[in-house]
Design a protein around this ligand. Structure first.
Ligand code: TEU
Ligand code: CA
Length: 565
């Protein structure tokens, strides 16, 4: 069996600013990425998702694009980019770029024109409205700011921004906007890129008339009105048009960052080849927040099992991830960092738990060495607009302690600290002053050290990627949840054309004996006894951490072959 390349390969997400600096200015760059391609190849990576590298004033670290067809000067030049494409393709690594077209930067030439006058040809590239009695045109709040509107005195109107005020939303209703975007996408394809990750793509269409939100109001009467800006009917029209105009006829892949997707509406986007190839859902990573992401609640294994089983059933092909540039690190979050031994073991367990499910794995830089959150203590260590705005608002209401707790657990800068390559100064990331502090644990946690240790998280990842690459059952097998009622274990079985594999993961700090229905696991030949045991034959261990033949040590995992049902 050989499916589409984006099903066969394991992805690696690069946050360019923090991956590798090549010229000592403290900022990661394209030449730095090129210098690390051999490492990615060694790891077994088959495709890269590259976070935005376009010209940007960095109000939101590249997610505010000033020029879609210029490379951010700090990252290099278009020649460097062309070389990156060549060097990746020479190593058979695909390149997927970030596509941020829900909004642009307010410094984009289109917006600079747009705000000049009501009759400017670019006026309708953005969403401008009259105020209501000196206030905003409607009651929407934004992801990053209290209000989704900013007033502009030049024309006495307001513009819409679902993110910061430096990220005005593009008006997809306007056919000229769509034409410009399609042409831009096609030019990137012609330069050699293999696909796109589409930023907040589910929000590009807004409800006609921009009605007030009816949900829960904040102190100022504002509402996070996603019922009016996510999953609008026009979304499907735009995505289909985009596919016809840019993707059809190309051997490419597009994955949507599909905010507000759920198991019911997911199949309206993927599966029939008319809109997206894959989607990112956030049910797993949103699990430990109640109401807002900042109100942290403990991990609930049963809920996690339900979410995974529901998604594996809901669509044919999932994306599999624990981390990205918007999430904190996964080991302190879903695993255990109480001791070094447990950090290592739980990181391996998390890898097995997620990346052997049915779908395409996405590894975020540093996850493969088990990088952890940063011990933030003061605002000067932060770089993220989301954190700054959170602190600003929290100070007004005396909730500073609460905000800091949220930032330490969930702040996006946790995952944006420099990649830890070695125990040398600045973790081998830069010879200069890094743009954001290096995590002080880099002498302990780094690639160089992990490479030398066969038992490291890094070697486990490499082995896991190799195994998946060679195995049809791990790629294309069906998914069946096991031990659904068990309080400590997450387990599942994959099966495909006469082959089966069982994955068992201990999500607890206890040693857990394998229950009856998993007695075959690791039995290595297995007795053919009654009942459930008879179902399990080989029991050959393919991958393990903290498995003693009968049970799993705290945070341990084991992957074995099994007989088919
Ligand atoms: O994120 C969009 C998104 O849905 C955010 O709410 C995300 O959940 C947020 O980071 C939570 O804290 C995308 C990008 O991935 C993000 O980096 C950008 O800041 C955002 O779009 C605006 O472009
Ligand atoms: Ca640099």
């Amino acid at each position: 069996m050989s499916g589409a390349w984006w099903k066969e390969r394991v992805f690696y997400q690069i946050y360019p600013r923090s991956f590798q600096d090549s010229n000592g200015d403290g900022i990661g760059d394209i030449n730095g990425i090129i210098s690390r391609l051999d490492y990615l190849k060694w790891l077994g990576v088959g495709a890269v998702w590259l976070c935005p590298i376009y010209d940007s004033p960095n109000a939101d670290m590249g997610y505010d694009i000033r020029d879609y067809e210029k490379i951010m000067a700090e990252f290099g030049t278009m020649e460097d980019f062309d070389r990156l494409v060549r060097e990746m393709h020479r190593r058979d690594i695909k390149l997927v770029m970030d596509l941020v077209v829900n909004h642009s930067s307010d410094e984009h030439a289109w917006f600079v024109e747009s705000r000049k006058s009501k009759d400017n040809p670019y006026r309708d590239y953005y969403i401008w409205r009259d105020g209501r009695g000196g206030r905003e045109p409607n009651n929407w709040s934004s992801f990053f700011t209290p209000s989704a509107w900013t007033y502009d005195g030049t024309t006495d109107q307001w513009y819409l921004h679902l993110f910061s005020e430096k990220q005005p939303d593009l008006n997809w209703e306007n056919p000229s906007v769509r034409e410009e975007i399609y042409a831009m996408i096609n030019r990137w394809f012609d330069r050699g890129v293999d696909g796109f990750r589409m930023d907040v793509i589910t929000c590009i269409a807004k409800a006609p008339g921009l009605p007030d939100g009816e949900g829960e109001r904040d102190e100022n009467g504002r509402v996070f009105a996603h019922e009016h800006f996510a999953f609008q009917p026009k979304l499907h029209e735009y995505l289909r048009e985009l596919r016809r105009r840019c993707l059809d006829g190309r051997d490419c892949m597009c994955v949507g960052e599909t905010s507000f997707v759920n198991t019911e509406n997911a199949s309206s986007l993927v599966g029939d080849g008319r809109e997206l190839d894959m989607l990112f859902q956030f049910d797993v990573v949103d699990m430990d927040g109640e109401g807002t992401k900042w109100d942290v609640i403990p991990f609930d294994l049963k809920k996690f099992k339900r979410i995974i089983a529901d998604w594996q059933k809901a669509i044919d092909w999932n994306t599999l991830f624990w981390e990205n540039h918007d999430q904190p690190r996964s080991v302190p979050r879903f695993g255990c960092v109480e001791t070094e031994e447990l950090r290592v073991r739980s990181a391996k367990m998390l890898a097995a738990a997620m990346f052997l499910l049915r779908g395409t794995p996405f590894i975020y830089q540093g996850e493969e060495i088990g990088m952890t959150n940063f011990p933030f203590t003061e605002a000067s260590q932060l770089r993220d607009v989301e954190c700054f705005n959170l602190l600003k608002e929290a100070e007004k209401t005396g909730r500073t302690e609460w905000a800091w707790n949220g930032i330490r657990h969930k702040g996006r800068d946790n995952a944006r600290t420099p990649m830890q390559w070695s125990g040398q100064e600045n973790a081998g990331f830069t010879t200069g002053d890094p743009w954001i502090d290096v995590n002080p644990n880099y002498t302990q946690i780094n690639v160089e050290k992990a490479k030398k240790d066969e038992d490291s998280i890094l070697h486990f990842y490499r082995e896991l990627i190799r195994l998946r690459g060679e195995s049809d059952v791990l790629k294309y097998g069906s998914f069946e949840p096991l031990c659904e009622e068990n309080e400590d274990l997450f387990a599942y079985r994959r099966e495909y054309e006469g082959e089966a594999v069982v994955v068992v993961c201990n999500f607890s700090g206890r040693t857990v004996k394998l229950p009856e229905d998993l007695a075959c696991v690791g039995a290595g030949g297995g007795e053919d006894e009654d009942g459930a045991r008879a179902r399990c034959e080989a029991g050959k261990v393919l991958l393990a951490a903290g498995f003693d033949g009968e049970g799993l040590l705290p945070w341990g995992t084991v992957v074995t072959t099994a007989v088919t049902s």
